[in-house]
Design a protein around this ligand. Structure first.
Ligand code: ATP
Ligand code: MG
Length: 648
């Protein structure tokens, strides 16, 4: 039996105690599809509205009249919903556990403290002249001030745009200009794996190319000296001493913007995704509660960075709207060593743990010992997001990390979707390694062929969503035409995800990779995920990426980049073995034509493999690699080019 046929039933005790079991899932799902207005009208009440909505869904995806409105006559404030409303009975509960890069540093922040600090932050922003509707760029490391800054913007109605603190001055300048933001919040330096990152210096460099920045608020983090320009640069700790500890939250319309966030840039130039207030928060909080089966008292940890949408929805907004205790981690999974995640789990008694396949594969490559020497007894549920998780990595996560006790929720979603779209509910859904399983409430996934014909039953095609949900993006900031073109022009009336997908006999969804990355070998179309998963299933392989390249006979050949686990060498014999291995696992049609051993793969800063770059190298066309501003480790590319297998 191959991995893909394995089924992991819901553990009995998990089902018994879960918020949602299978019967309830079916019932609620059907209700959400039959009558979205009634369903969301009811579930919108999970938030506190300063003005109750009377309208629920007002959406058209037609080309002529594209608009998306949810709860549009309601008013609320996100910061109030994430903090103030919990003060009555949870003021002393921990809202944020901050774990520093340095394993000896951590801090617990209660809801009462969070309230005071966010209010202060909001008052400082006001004193700097920030008003409702202004764009504020946040370029901060994973320190509590990042959450304060987000919530402070939300409190006064400013629109935040977070730029991942690992990005260069140039990438930062581009994003500041794109959303025309005049205020930047940053820190002196960031700290990751004991190395410092010169954030203020990058900002100084960026504003030379970014017009119209008049104020820079600087958080003191490492304390190393940085240059401060009089009249423009303000220390947070100095500004904060003079301001009031209370700031009235501003009533926002449900469709007022909450934030702009740029996509990861896996497939091209990042898009400035705009999310609004009411629908987004309903979606983030409801998915957080049900997908993670969150119950009061749980300690919840999402390892993402706030620079990505996962950090927005599942470190800050979703959990805090649910009055959860959310852990925020400044560091990296391998510092001081590869046990760090599990040490943090033990230290803070984490119950729910949510990370990305890239981290799992990297830790898998380091061996079991780093995991096994920790307890992890507190863990109850595991999660994955960002890329298809190879069944091999899934099983390692399940068995080694979770000791075969904890269900895994493999959550498929996008920056554009605001929150989780397809995922198991852990008390309801039997799991299949590598499948994101079934749609969340209100989500109508469809598979279509290239002509847009809807395919029924067990089949494979392009994944579209056929109706709106409250958390969907509203526009590409400043470029509504790009919004229409990117998502609603390929299949009129439907939201095109850009992902390929298979649906099996049980109605489970399997993301097969990006539609742009599909390989066509002798007329057989193949997603990248399946071939990559076959390679990763080999003992010596820790990571793999496959792309197509022009092939005289087959149309396209399969080119595989392979990273071996620690201590193994890429010999010609091993390359041959791997080809035979894939042939045996999937079939001759999928056997790679070229194997290149690579010490590392090009990834976005959020850890996704950038196949568009690998495709260029495989085609021997590497002089123009396209937008590389979101690439994590540009040196990796030089090695790949040098050792390419298709030199002309
Ligand atoms: P860009 O849109 O700029 O190319 P991106 O698509 O990588 O960048 P994100 O919004 O961060 O930006 O990522 C969303 C994509 O990540 C999805 O479209 C999908 O391809 C992939 N993805 C996320 N979660 C999963 C998952 N659980 N299984 C499979 N794929 C996933
Ligand atoms: Mg995308």
């Amino acid at each position: 039996m191959s991995n893909q046929d394995k089924i992991f039933p819901v553990p009995d005790d998990f089902a018994k105690n879960a918020l949602i079991d299978d019967t309830l899932y079916q019932k609620m799902y059907q209700a959400s599809i039959d009558d979205p207005d009634a369903f969301w009208g009811e579930h919108g009440k999970r938030l506190s509205w300063s003005k109750q909505y009377t309208k629920v869904k007002d959406v058209s995806w037609s080309k002529e009249n594209l608009h998306v409105n949810w709860f549009s006559d309601g008013e609320l404030n996100v910061s109030y919903n994430c903090i103030d409303r919990h003060l009555k009975d949870k003021a002393d509960q921990i809202a944020i556990i901050w774990e520093g890069d340095d394993p000896n540093k951590s801090e617990n922040i209660t809801f009462a403290q969070l309230h005071r600090r966010v209010c202060r932050f909001a008052n400082v922003l006001k004193s700097m002249g920030v008003q409702k509707g202004d764009r504020v760029t946040i370029y901060l490391p994973m320190i509590p001030e990042a959450a304060y800054a987000m919530l402070a913007c939300a409190r006064i109605g400013a629109i935040h745009s977070i730029v991942f603190a690992g990005f260069s001055a140039e990438a930062l300048a581009g994003r500041i200009n794109d959303c025309r933001s005049s205020v930047i919040i940053t820190a002196d330096e960031g700290l990751r794996g004991s190395k410092s990152v010169p954030l203020k210096k990058n900002v100084d460099e960026a504003v030379k190319h970014a017009l119209g920045v008049d104020k820079i608020l600087v958080v003191e983090n490492t304390g190393n000296p940085v240059s401060m320009k009089g009249g423009r640069d303000i220390w947070w700790h100095e500004a904060a001493t003079g301001v009031d500890e209370f700031c009235e939250p501003v009533a926002m319309k449900a469709e007022d913007p909450l934030f702009i966030l740029y996509t990861s840039g896996s497939t091209g130039q990042p898009k400035g995704v705009l999310h609004t207030t009411g629908g987004y928060l309903v979606w983030a909080s409801m998915t957080h509660e049900y997908v993670f089966d969150y119950k009061p008292g749980d300690i919840y940890w999402c390892t993402a960075d706030v620079g990505w949408v996962t950090g927005h929805s599942y470190i800050v907004y979703g959990p805090l709207a649910n009055a959860a205790t959310t852990l925020m981690f400044e560091g990296v999974p391998t510092y001081p060593d590869a046990s760090r995640f599990w040490n943090v789990v033990d230290k803070h008694k984490v119950n729910i743990f949510y990370t990305a396949p890239t981290a799992i594969r990297a830790l898998m490559g380091q061996g079991e010992d780093f995991v096994k020497k920790t307890s992890r007894k507190s863990l109850r549920l595991l999660g994955s997001v960002g890329e298809p998780i190879n069944p091999e990595a899934w099983e390692w996560y399940y068995k080694v990390v979770g000791d075969s006790r904890c269900p895994i929720v493999d959550t498929w979603w996008q920056t554009e979707t605001g929150g989780i779209m397809i995922s198991p509910l852990p008390g309801a859904t039997p799991l299949k390694p590598g499948s994101a399983t079934r749609p969340f409430f209100g989500i109508k996934p469809e598979l279509v062929d290239s002509e847009g014909v809807v395919l029924e039953g067990a089949t494979e095609g392009n994944l579209v969503i056929s109706d709106s949900w409250p958390g969907q993006m509203r526009t590409v900031y400043g470029d509504h035409q790009r919004f229409k073109d990117t998502y609603f022009s390929a299949y009129p009336g439907k939201y095109f995800t850009g992902d390929g997908c298979r649906r099996d006999e049980d109605g489970y969804y399997w993301i097969t990779g990006r539609v742009d990355d599909v390989i066509n070998v002798s007329g057989h179309r193949m997603g990248t995920a399946e071939v990559e998963s076959a390679l990763v299933a080999h003992d010596l392989v820790s990571e793999a990426a496959v792309v197509g390249y022009p092939h005289d006979v087959k149309g396209q050949g399969i080119y595989a980049y392979v990273t071996l686990s620690a201590g193994n060498d890429g010999t010609p014999e091993l390359a041959k073995d791997l080809v035979n291995w894939v042939r045996a696992e999937i079939g001759p049609i999928a056997s790679p034509d070229k194997i290149q051993f690579a010490p590392g793969l090009p990834k976005t800063r959020s850890g996704k493999i950038m196949r568009r770059i690998l495709r260029k190298i495989a085609e021997d066309e590497f002089s123009n690699l396209g937008d590389t501003s979101t690439l994590a480790d540009p040196e990796v590319v030089d090695d790949l080019i040098e050792n390419r297998q298709n030199k002309k």
